[in-house]
Design a protein around this ligand. Structure first.
Ligand SMILES: Nc1ncnc2c1ncn2[C@@H]1O[C@H](COP(=O)(O)OP(=O)(O)OP(=O)(O)O)[C@@H](O)[C@H]1O
Length: 266
């Protein structure tokens, strides 16, 4: 696929998600619309529990048990898509806890050969793509790693493997949900740099879920701020840091600056 044919824009429109508590329907994500453009990273930020992860998952019809999507659609370049059809093919995902994302009884090679993007691709070319992506993702000794099970790998290695699989899928869009949360600080920095370098190089459109404004400053082009299930402000990253309009956004920035005093956020 040449870049001129690559999809340019993914739009999530009017997403609603709810659960049932004590027999009563409770709204968790309320009329959320987001616009992810090729070559850009849109950060979805907000306090813990505001609905960021559910937005990502439910827009791809991958919501956890107990919650359901009530409204919403996803379109690529203006054409509405069945969420399950694009998951893994047009939208790759990198999740928060790499260990839980891998099947414990399967080797990395088995993971590399499965999934929607792998189906239909000749095995040799699929493995070749994964090997190249693993090297790009900083995994040395590819042969040995392909034979490993998840429990034989560190969290950082597993996250690099998840990035490699996402890149090898060839999907033009990437949803990355807190990709560094469970890693130690040095590994976090390496993984963030890696993500930045590889997504820019491949021109991916990235939806990055995070509650870390330092990550936002490092990676995002635009920012959508979420609070209690709704998007309350969307702006370019410099405007969010320099001229936040909503009190919730200002609180997020104040919290960031109190953790890193003296450091300009952006
Ligand atoms: N499987 C589930 N069943 C019922 N409620 C859920 C489920 N998963 C999440 N929720 C609720 O939905 C709300 C949004 O959760 P979500 O995980 O999307 O938040 P988040 O913004 O990603 O938080 P964090 O930054 O802590 O990951 C929370 O109130 C949470 O308790």
């Amino acid at each position: 696929m040449t870049s001129s044919q690559s999809p340019r824009r993914l739009v999530i429109r009017n997403l609603g998600v709810e659960t049932t508590r004590h027999g009563v329907a409770v709204t968790l994500v309320d009329d959320v619309s987001l616009d992810v453009r090729a070559g850009e990273t849109l950060a979805l930020v907000g306090a813990s529990g505001c609905g960021k992860s559910l937005t990502c998952a439910a827009s791809l019809d991958a919501a956890p048990p107990g919650v359901r999507r009530t409204t919403g659609s996803i379109a690529i370049d203006g054409v509405e898509q069945a969420p399950a059809d694009i998951r893994g093919r047009l939208v790759a995902t990198i999740l928060q806890n790499p260990r839980s994302a891998f099947n414990p009884v399967r080797t990395m090679r088995q993971h590399a050969m499965e999934g929607p993007a792998a189906r239909g691709a000749p095995a040799a070319s699929r493995e070749q793509r994964v090997r190249a992506a693993m090297a790009d993702a900083g995994l040395e000794d590819v042969d040995r790693i392909l034979d490993l099970h998840p429990f034989e790998m560190s969290g950082g290695m597993l996250q690099r493997m998840m990035i490699a699989l996402a890149l090898a899928s060839g999907a033009p869009f990437l949803f990355a949900d807190e990709p560094t949360t469970d890693l130690d600080l040095i590994v976090q920095r390496d993984i963030l740099n890696l993500l930045l370098r590889l997504t820019r190089r491949q021109g991916l459109g990235v939806l990055l879920v995070t509650h870390d404004m330092g990550v936002v400053a490092a990676l995002a082009d635009r920012v959508a701020v979420m609070d209690a299930g709704r998007i309350i402000e969307t702006a370019r990253v410099m405007d969010i840091f320099n001229r936040p309009t909503h009190p919730v956004t200002r609180n997020l920035l104040d919290a960031h600056l109190s953790l890193y005093p003296g450091r300009s956020a952006a």
